[in-house]
Ligand binder design. Structure first.
Ligand code: ZN
Length: 83
């Protein structure tokens, strides 16, 4: 599959992409973190495209979550499993 690049239309539906700040939920081990990042979001299907730099950040944060290395993160309420 061809890797989508910024400035293209949506790789899924061909819709128009707009730059937005989105909240991304990341999980690592039993921990969860919310990150606000810029992404291109498809106006038609809602697909989100992230830059390589942003994807690398996601990976770093997931690794930290897995290692319980959360000292640099701010707590945001509590997480529950309901069901
Ligand atoms: Zn789309």
């Amino acid at each position: 599959m061809k890797k989508p690049k910024f400035g293209d239309n949506c790789p899924i539906c061909g819709g128009e992409l707009v730059l937005k700040v989105v909240e991304k939920l990341l999980r690592g081990g039993k921990n969860t973190a919310v990150l606000r990042v810029r992404a291109e979001v498809c106006l038609h299907c809602g697909e989100r495209l992230y830059t390589d730099k942003t994807v690398r950040r996601f990976q770093q944060i997931r690794t930290k979550l897995e290692r319980q290395d959360t000292a640099s993160f701010k707590p945001l309420g509590r997480s529950f499993i309901a069901g």
